[in-house]
Design a protein around this ligand. Sequence first.
Ligand code: HEC
Ligand code: HEC
Length: 394
Amino acid sequence: MKSRRMARAGLLGSAVAVLALLAIGGRARPGFGEPLHGLPPDLLARFQAGKTAFVAAEDVAGGLGPVFNDTACANCHDQGAIGGGNDRLETRYGQVLNGVFNPLTQFDGTLVHARGIGQFNGVNFVGEVVPPAANVVAGRRVNPLFGLGLVDAVPDQFLKDLAQFEQDFTPATAGRANVVTDVASGQPRVGRFGWKCQIGTVLTFAANAYQNEIGVTTPFFPNENCPQGDCALLVANPALTNPNDTKETPMMFADFITFLAPPPRRPLTRDAELGEVLFLGIGCADCHIPAMRTGSNLVAALDQVEFFPFSDFLLHDMGSLNDGIAQSGATGHEMRTAPLWGARIRTSFLHDGRARSLAAAILAHDGQGLPARTNFTNLPQRARAQLLEFLESL
Ligand code: HEC
Ligand code: HEC
């Protein structure tokens, strides 16, 4: 037991040291929405071209729909800067019978595509609704994309080792690595993106969002969504080619996201420094892991870089704070530890935006997050304020 405690203290100790260095160093860091520092001109050009594609609105001639949620990535990802999150919610649904989750694919579940392109070839394409058969309905908030190239560049083995480390040293709050088959590469990969760790790479997420949110198919995801499950309607879909677009466009979205810098940290005030000690001490950092490192990477700005996401990108059983949706190997109870970097510019929190403040988000923790929440509520008022001030610095 002693050695376990020491190992844990060692990990937290080094995290404290790293955070202190970061605060003292005070190096100028890219702001929200800016590219990683030190990109060579060719990669900067790819970032810019990717950003242009990310902002550009699709139309019916370009493959929009027939059902979709919006016309451009940036229409949802724009809080703080292009590439940010948003308070907007999407709807997921399913049906649980005798404890078994049914995604209701016959109705085009689990994601509601809320808009349709209208009248074409004798069919009126309208937005989808939650079908009456659904008995689980959950909102999903738009995640910010700052720094996700760094997250993508973390080796699978690191996340697997981290899950084992948590199992050994903090078993009550230990997370699970969700291994998925990555569609873009066809390879197994530890899922780390989305509220359920449902996707393993930025490229696959981008291609999936292009098809699911905007309705534009590519060779990565070649099938149109059948409006409310009625695939017969697709013969009236006006999109000229199938798939609607090449692999290039999702690769451009992925360039933009991959080279997007992480949120800039604010200098620590005295109270925030004390709040950091509390954050590490009451168990928040057991899941919201402060520091991570990328593996070797051909891009220097992503090669062996230490970064500070405040997440383990693992799945945890959050009790009543779950969304009930089983997806890509994650059960209804499991949620990804939400990264806390950049939280200060968000205006709603948790997967369904139910919390309007950082404090409310902490007070909603349940399941594996309950002990830390109880520790938080047991802190004196001043200490709680210090912890929140620390979160505001990330
Ligand atoms: C209608 C709103 C909407 C549009 C349009 C949209 N997204 Fe998203 N995005 C979301 C939501 C909601 C999530 C969280 C999804 C989840 O986990 O279920 C998300 C999550 C993501 C993530 C994962 C972030 C993380 O923290 O793991 C990436 C990457 C992403 N979107 C990229 C894109 C790209 C690229 C486009 C354009 C092709 C796009 N999105 C268009 C709403 C949107
Ligand atoms: C057992 C793992 C675990 C522990 C311990 C934990 N959290 Fe979380 N935290 C999560 C998960 C998982 C989520 C996402 C929940 C959801 O799906 O809405 C989250 C979400 C959050 C959010 C909302 C972020 C956002 O963008 O929506 C905040 C703030 C937060 N945690 C702070 C804390 C603090 C402070 C502590 C310590 C008192 C703590 N957490 C302890 C797992 C944990």
